[in-house]
Design a protein around this ligand. Structure first.
Ligand SMILES: [Ca+2]
Length: 125
């Protein structure tokens, strides 16, 4: 370490210390960016599910989306669950107990951010 410190620094080069700070800033930056990206992605998914564009996901819209998700799911999983059951489960996970209720964009984004199961269902790359 002593030899390192006494070595003249190249002009414009970073010391070890500066390098560490840059790396921390880099990680913090990435984390913040990722959070934003998740929220943005979830908002986009919300817009896709909200077919009517009224800013709320109705049970029918969720059912419609879940039916499409199930078509893409592997056939083994599809056998055990139908779109209606899945949509009802998701509504429950968002804290709704009635299929006449609707999910707002804020509820959707926060619900997915706070629930890993919901994130796994809705998070798209
Ligand atoms: Ca809607």
């Amino acid at each position: 370490m002593g030899a390192e410190e006494s070595r003249p620094r190249a002009s414009g080069g970073l010391s070890d210390r500066d390098g560490a700070i840059d790396f921390t800033e880099f990680i913090v930056g990435i984390t913040v960016f990722r959070e934003k990206a998740l929220e943005t992605r979830l908002e986009r998914v919300f817009d896709i599910i909200d077919v009517s564009g009224d800013g709320y996901i109705s049970f029918d819209e969720m059912l419609n989306f879940m039916s499409k998700v199930l078509i893409l799911a592997d056939p083994q999983k599809r056998k055990n669950i139908d779109g209606k059951t899945l949509a009802a489960m998701v509504f429950t996970m968002f804290g709704l107990n009635n299929t006449s209720q609707k999910i707002s964009k804020r509820q959707f984004v926060e619900g997915c951010q706070n629930n890993e199961d919901l994130r796994n269902i809705f998070q798209t790359e």
